[in-house]
Design a protein around this ligand. Structure first.
Ligand SMILES: Cc1ncc(COP(=O)(O)O)c(C=O)c1O
Length: 394
């Protein structure tokens, strides 16, 4: 019944989710290990899980909750935002993960036809959120070739020259898929440029705790800034679907418009998940940072595995859970290389084309315990050595 032509252009013209394509690839290959999905290997804190185990019989868990989130969770989050992120004037809304938070923000701040700005390599889901809401004029700015930091000079010029002025600039800090962080002075400069242009700045802080080698994550607060956070990676809560938005309390109407969107998508984030988030938060940030410390070994193993590509070709790993690598010049079709690595060498990566950068791959170092990661690294190294020396031998 029906035809392709009857489906909404907003859906049809939106990119296919890369993770769905990768899951399909994994299903089709016997015995492969994944360095693809952006996940962590740990589960939520044991004490927190034990507490929610008791909750399934509580009637409130099966009812709807407040759209903006459980009051006790929001209170705990406001305290966390003040103490850890130096965000003192923000309001908070709990969402079903950071991806839903992003869609809420796009629907609240952008109209179909608006232009927006992202930086390459960009987070594929944010790109899709724009596409599917009719915000199809997506200006993709360059990252510095050495550091992958967003190019603030390009941003300044672009916001000045583009008429009407782009509505929103989106950055991820630290970055997915780049694995780099945005130093605070640069983030402040980007913020000033947005403010002067009358443009929103949306900062996705999903990996706020995932900083390495003594680097510190910092947030900014102002009336043109929206911050997004997630429980998924920090507390190993990917499947529980909890994130939150910190938005400026002083902007008239913001909360009211945001609530309209929320009430029509999840109504509220799952109540039991919010309770788990609250108990996880009670463990304090060191519960998370202790886990994150262990990822350094995985990063080392994978850096070694990527060595056949040459030192200059490998970036990232300063933050988040990603390394970002350039394939040899002749391999512009990165998806082909990803398929070959999966089928021939049993190891799966994410192709850079899904983030606007063909010829690159993203490698996640969060999802495997050290022994599994060592095993995956050996496969990857063997595959890359073959790629470099002999090409994609069937
Ligand atoms: C930058 C970024 N934002 C958002 C998400 C989605 O997080 P959530 O599970 O909270 O929706 C991810 C997950 O990979 C991410 O990397």
């Amino acid at each position: 019944m029906g035809s392709y032509g009857m489906l909404a252009k907003r859906a049809v013209l939106t990119n296919t989710p890369v993770m769905v394509q990768i899951q399909e690839l994994i299903r089709g290959v016997k015995d492969c290990v994944s360095l693809a999905q952006g996940v962590v290997y740990w589960q939520p804190p044991k004490q927190a899980l034990e507490k929610v185990q008791e909750l399934v019989w509580e009637p409130s868990v099966s009812r709807y909750g407040a759209d903006e989130g459980l009051p006790e969770l929001r209170e705990a989050l406001l305290k966390k935002l003040r103490q850890e992120n130096n965000l003192n004037k923000s309001s908070v809304m709990v969402t079903a993960g950071a991806n839903q938070a992003f869609v809420n923000i796009v629907l609240t701040l952008c109209d179909a036809g608006d232009s927006v700005v992202m930086f390459a390599p960009y987070y594929f889901n944010s790109y899709m959120s724009f596409q599917m809401t009719g915000v199809t004029d997506i200006l993709v700015g360059p990252g510095d070739p050495q550091t992958l930091y967003p190019d603030a000079d390009w941003l300044e010029k672009t916001l000045l020259q583009t008429k009407p002025t782009p509505k929103l600039v989106s950055v991820v800090n630290p970055g997915n898929p780049s694995g780099t962080y945005i130093p605070e002075p640069l983030l402040q400069r980007i913020s000033n440029i947005c403010k002067n242009a009358g443009c929103w700045l949306v900062i996705d802080n999903t990996y706020e705790y995932f900083m390495y080698d003594g680097r510190k994550h910092a947030c900014l607060e102002d009336n043109h800034i929206v911050n997004i956070f997630s429980f998924s990676k920090a507390y190993g809560m990917m499947g529980w679907r909890v994130g939150y938005i910190a938005f400026p309390s002083e902007v008239e109407g913001f909360a009211a418009q945001l609530l309209k969107v929320q009430d029509n998508i999840p109504i509220c984030a799952s109540i039991i998940s919010q309770r788990l988030a609250l108990h996880s938060l009670e463990m304090g940030p060191t519960w998370v940072t202790d886990k994150v410390k262990d990822l350094v070994k995985n990063r080392e193993l994978l850096l070694e595995a990527l060595s056949p590509l040459g030192k200059e070709s490998v970036k990232g790993g300063e933050g988040a859970i990603y390394l970002w690598a350039k394939l040899p010049e002749e391999y512009k079709d990165d998806f082909e290389v990803v398929r070959w690595l999966a089928k021939k060498h049993g190891v799966v990566l994410i192709p850079g084309c899904s983030s606007g950068c063909p010829g690159y791959v993203r490698i996640s170092f969060g999802g495997l315990v050290e022994d599994q990661c060592r095993f995956a690294s050996e496969r990857l190294k063997r595959g890359l050595e073959e790629l470099v020396s002999q090409g994609m031998v069937p």
